[in-house]
Design a protein around this ligand. Structure first.
Ligand code: SF4
Length: 368
């Protein structure tokens, strides 16, 4: 079921990650090494369209330059610590070490037509959601834009390499088709770096993924939802709601103390008015906590008139947690109440339960 690698050492020498640089900055970096602009263009192409993992692969660069770059820079700031493949071989979870020794997770999920990658935006998280494994260690730090992009490039290489992808039930995928920022961290709490990364990932001259194939998930930092509405990029918005009233939501998602349900839904309405895009509400069903028929009716009432879709998520249980997943039967009953009220509702496929695929779980297991 799993492949475990040796735990790498953190970097001891500070090398410039080229993934932190815009095209102009990369040109300036190369110019400082006495190199012409076309070298920057070549390297950019190797990184973002040919998914090179090392300078050694850049065979159209002089060998001497490749050696100098190797000493001064990196294009792979993440070191793989552990990689686990689910029993059905359609979910792959990776734990990476950052140059300073922090660790983060990313998960690749293979569906019929999609290869969806769930990435992290922070090492740890400050939001303190009471059902979440990542919350338990608090926030270590924000990821840089390059570290966010690096997760995508790692799996782009993984999928493009005929030797790497596991044999799966689905046709062998070769490209990342969808990205969700639903891994460790609150993307809106690391807004600037996340958006720098998103612009790189959607730049046709870089990774070139369609913005509509990317979803950013938030617990509801209202000012940042308003800011996102102004970005002019068609990134999807998902809001982790988990409860439709303030008492229960504050228990589950403490940030609700600052931005209550009414204020959050008002921000969502403003976002829809501005972007005309449908918003997804994520709702992790927890047995006996937020899964009763009365709460489904309350949720349906709160969401009436909002251009939205509800995604019910079977909770990934974490050890020693009081929160347990709702049964399949109760999940379906909850979903039906929403559908009967006219709210489009889906139940997310349960993926990777046996590989701790819930956010923060692998990191916790490895450091335990
Ligand atoms: S659920 Fe998301 S926002 Fe909440 S603590 Fe976990 S990582 Fe942070």
């Amino acid at each position: 079921m799993s492949t475990i690698r040796l735990v790498p050492e953190p970097e001891t020498t500070a090398r410039q990650s080229l993934l932190e640089l815009s095209r102009d900055e990369l040109e300036a970096f190369l110019a400082a090494m006495g190199q012409p602009a076309f070298r920057a263009r070549q390297i950019w192409e190797w990184i973002y369209t040919r998914y090179a993992a090392s300078f050694a692969e850049m065979t159209n660069l002089p060998k001497e330059l490749r050696q100098r770059l190797d000493a001064a820079a990196t294009i792979a700031p993440l070191k793989l610590v552990t990689e686990i493949v689910s029993l059905d071989r359609n979910t792959v979870k990776a734990l990476f070490m950052l140059p300073d020794g922090q660790t983060i997770e990313a998960v690749l999920m293979l569906y019929d037509q999609r290869r969806t990658l769930c990435i992290s935006s922070q090492a740890g998280c400050a939001m303190g959601c009471t059902f979440c494994a990542t919350a338990q260690g608090g926030l270590a730090r924000n990821l840089t834009a390059g570290e966010i992009v690096a997760q995508v490039l790692y799996f782009a290489r993984y999928l493009a390499d005929p030797a790497m992808p596991p044999e799966t039930d689905v046709e062998r995928p070769t490209q990342v088709t969808n990205i969700v920022l639903m891994g460790m961290g609150e993307p809106m709490h690391n807004y600037k770096n996340v958006w720098t990364a998103l612009r790189r990932l959607t730049d046709p001259a870089a990774f070139g993924l369609g913005a509509r194939h990317i979803t950013l998930s938030t617990v509801g930092l209202v000012p940042m939802i308003d800011r996102m509405a102004e970005e002019g990029l068609q990134i999807g918005l998902a809001v982790s709601l988990h409860a439709a009233n303030d008492d229960l939501r504050t228990q589950l998602v403490p940030v609700n103390k600052g931005y209550g349900v009414e204020e959050l839904l008002a921000a969502v309405r403003r976002y829809i008015d501005k972007t005309h895009r449908r918003v997804t509400f994520e709702y992790a069903l927890m047995r006996g906590i937020n899964d009763t028929p009365a709460l489904a009716q309350e949720l349906a009432a709160r969401l009436q008139g909002i251009l939205c879709h509800v995604n019910l998520i079977p909770l990934n249980p974490i050890p020693d947690s009081p929160y347990q997943p709702t049964s399949d039967e109760d999940t379906e009953r909850f979903a039906q109440i929403l559908r009967d009220a006219g709210i489009p509702t889906t139940v997310r496929l349960r993926r990777g339960i046996e590989i701790n695929a819930g956010c923060g779980q692998l990191r916790r297991a490895v450091s335990a």
